[in-house]
Write a protein that binds this ligand. Structure first.
Ligand SMILES: [Fe+2]
Length: 212
């Protein structure tokens, strides 16, 4: 029987995020541990699916094969979005992108102004349910748009490039804030944005995130 190799395993990425404003080190540490779980799950799923393929059990009629395959979107995006999220945070951050930056220009072109963009992004973050807010760039038009992603995978525009990612699952803030205080967490998130990282994602043609 032919052997089937799982895709190369992903490695958990390191993020040094001590000293954020309004998001405690303990909160970040717990959140990073959750992220590590997604990396493990992605690798385990890929291995299980490769093994099933190797055993001749890859079949659309197999409930096990179907369930494992359906979970790929959840686990992959759970890993990927966290890598973007931690990658766009930093201590001692500037409150907004600098006026002359390409990012400020692009936000102005797509939303009228940086302030308009922020109002929209924050409003989406306060929607009910668990998920993410992502500022995407459409590589085909360069247009920037804000999107709500339910769980980790529902609502992702195919092929769009994430520029700024905000986690609004309760696990992202419930050590520091109450469930009803999401708006305060969002304010804190905005005090820790690494605008230079966002600018790099805008400038680079391909996706830019910590990954291996
Ligand atoms: Fe999270």
């Amino acid at each position: 029987m032919a052997t089937h190799k799982a895709p190369k395993a992903y490695r958990q990425q390191e993020f040094d995020l001590k000293g954020l404003a309004g998001i405690s080190d303990a909160q970040v540490e717990e959140h990073l541990a959750l992220y590590a779980g997604y990396v493990k799950q992605v690798n385990a799923l890929n291995q299980e699916l490769a093994d099933m393929l190797g055993r001749g059990q890859a079949s659309g009629k197999s409930p096990e094969f179907a369930e494992l395959t359906r979970r790929l979107g959840f686990e992959y995006n759970g890993m990927i979005l966290h890598e973007y999220y931690f990658g766009n945070l930093r201590p001692a951050a500037e409150p907004k992108p600098s006026g002359g930056s390409g990012l400020a220009q692009a936000l102005g072109d797509s939303f009228g102004s940086v302030e308009h963009w922020r109002t929209d992004f924050q409003a989406i973050g306060e929607m009910r349910g668990v998920g993410w807010v992502v500022l995407f760039q459409d590589p085909a038009t360069d247009r920037l748009t804000n999107h709500w992603i339910t769980l980790h995978q529902d609502g992702v525009p195919a092929g769009f490039k994430p520029l700024l990612v905000m986690d609004v699952w309760e696990h992202a803030y419930m050590r520091d804030y109450k469930a009803t205080e999401r708006a305060q967490y969002i304010e804190a998130f905005f005090r820790n944005i690494d605008w230079a990282a966002v600018e790099r994602r805008l400038r680079e043609e391909g996706a830019v995130r910590h990954a291996a």
